[in-house]
Design a binder for this molecule. Structure first.
Ligand code: UD1
Ligand code: MG
Length: 452
């Protein structure tokens, strides 16, 4: 179910598109669903339906998903009913998940389905006991068995004191579910068609309702407002960092100020300093050091990499034993081969820096390939953009580029060549040649641009 706006978020963005760990809430639920290998996954959409579809299919592909439309958001019962026509397989078990309960695990869902099958119930409800159940539907038992679910807004004071809550996650006998949904009314405090009324309808008919009381409350918490979203982000981060410390052998100097995505992998004896952010599917090897203030996004670092303070590294690869920063920037699939080094205020964009090559200070290398054992002097710039198009620079092995060299692309510098300080290089340099000089001179009039 992912059709609601999420009024309590006070947002223009549909609730299931709000991000946890950098990914839309709905993607967490859909990804977990995929691990169960179901015959189909029906994502009920409504508010910002196209955006929700795009979020899911962009990350997870479209092979398994269909997107029934709930035109008006008349409640969770109506939401599930919107999927009726598209749901072909009526003899199977239908697992209903809420788009705003993102931490639910594959393991718990498998156990829920197993219990549902074993107990031959018409419906099995996943529940948990909370110290503060405010806001959730309460699961009322009589003599230990299921009696009914009462929503917060419809509950008496006595019912509100019940701490066992409905997770919004259920297994149903598909055919019977749709028969019962036809009988659900909307005479309740919210004027909605509640899916939570269905188990009571079954019970009245004498069908069996099973309850699966889970012990991990964080898996079951729903996101209804921004405080809950922030609390879940903190909880997920804490779990990720604890796992990395205890299972992967990663040192965190200050775990409370490090942000690491649950999708990231970090190797043994890597040390992460304070205020470091590691996002997306980043992979960091063993024995690396990541100093304060650095942000790494969807990048791969091999072993023994030294990232100094305040670097920003995105969509890039860094080889064994490389050194980066302080204050360096890698982007657009930059690649540093083993043992290479970039220093302060160096930017690599869509550039490959060869083994043991160095650019130690104040340099922009864009759309370039640089060979092995080459030294790029301070202040070097690949002038890759002519105002319209980007052009490539190729620099060979064992090259020495002098300080403040401008390499006007497209250009090739041969193996073993060198440039003098302050050179403006506009023509290819042959291997083992030295090029120097910068005779700047007026060559033509510029077209005058009209002021707007
Ligand atoms: C629901 C349950 C409540 C449970 C809680 C667990 C009902 C009536 N209540 O309450 O018992 O404790 O979840 O988190 O089911 N949605 C639609 N279409 C609609 C309405 C909702 O697709 O017309 C979707 C929402 O986008 C959301 C999910 O269903 O992803 C749950 O809706 P929400 O309004 O958050 O229900 P809760 O009040 O949390
Ligand atoms: Mg909810």
């Amino acid at each position: 179910m992912a059709a609601g706006l999420g009024t309590r978020m006070k947002s223009n963005l549909a609730k299931v598109l709000h991000r946890l760990d950098g990914r839309p809430l709905i993607n967490h639920v859909c990804e977990t669903s995929l691990t169960l290998r179901p015959s189909s996954i029906n994502v009920i959409v409504g508010h910002q339906a196209e955006d929700v579809k795009r979020a899911v299919t962009t990350e997870l592909g479209d092979a398994k998903f269909t997107f029934p439309l709930q035109k008006q958001q008349l409640g969770t019962g109506d939401a599930v009913n919107s999927g009726k026509k598209l749901l072909k397989d009526r003899d199977s078990v239908l697992l209903v998940l809420s788009g705003d309960v993102p931490m639910i695990s594959s393991k718990t869902l498998k156990a829920l389905i197993a219990k549902h099958r074993r107990s031959r119930a018409t419906c099995t409800i996943l529940t948990v006991e909370l110290d503060d159940p405010t806001g959730y539907g309460r699961v009322i038992r009589e003599g230990g068995d299921f009696s009914r679910i009462v929503e917060q807004k419809d509950a008496s004071d006595e019912e509100k004191s019940c701490r066992e809550i409905n997770s919004g996650i259920y297994c149903f006998d598909t055919e019977k579910l749709f028969q019962a949904l036809a009988k659900v009314g909307n005479t309740n405090a919210q004027g909605e068609y509640y899916l939570t009324d269905v188990p009571t309808i079954f019970k009245k008919k004498g069908d069996k309702i099973a309850l699966f009381l889970h012990d991990d409350k964080h898996e079951i918490e729903g996101i209804n407002d921004r405080r809950q979203l922030a609390a879940m982000e903190a909880e997920l981060r804490d779990r990720t960092i604890t796992r990395l410390m205890l299972e992967s052998g990663v040192t965190f100097i200050d775990p409370s100020s490090a942000y690491v995505s649950a999708k990231a992998k970090i190797g043994r004896d890597t040390v992460i300093y304070q205020n470091v952010t590691i996002e997306g599917r980043s992979v960091i090897g063993e024995g690396c050091t990541i100093r304060p203030g650095t942000r790494i996004v969807n990048s791969t670092l091999l072993d023994g990499v030294d990232i100094r303070d305040n670097c920003f590294i995105t969509d890039s690869e860094i080889g064994n034993g490389c050194a980066v920063g302080p204050m360096a920037h890698l982007r657009g699939h930059a690649v540093m081969e083993d043992g290479s080094k970039i220093g302060n205020f160096v930017e690599l964009k869509k550039t490959r820096l060869g083994k043991k090559s160095k650019a130690s200070h104040l340099t922009y290398l864009g759309d370039a390939t640089i060979g092995e054992n080459t030294n790029i002097g301070a202040g070097t710039i690949t002038c890759n953009y002519d105002g319209k198009n980007k052009h490539e620079t190729h620099i060979g092995n064992n090259v020495k580029i002098g300080s403040d060299t401008m390499l006007v692309a497209p250009i090739t510098v041969g193996d073993g060549a060198a440039t003098g300080a302050g050179s403006v290089v506009t023509k290819d340099i042959a291997p083992n040649k030295l090029a120097v000089g910068a005779p700047a001179r007026a060559i033509r009039s510029l077209e005058k641009k009209q002021d707007k």
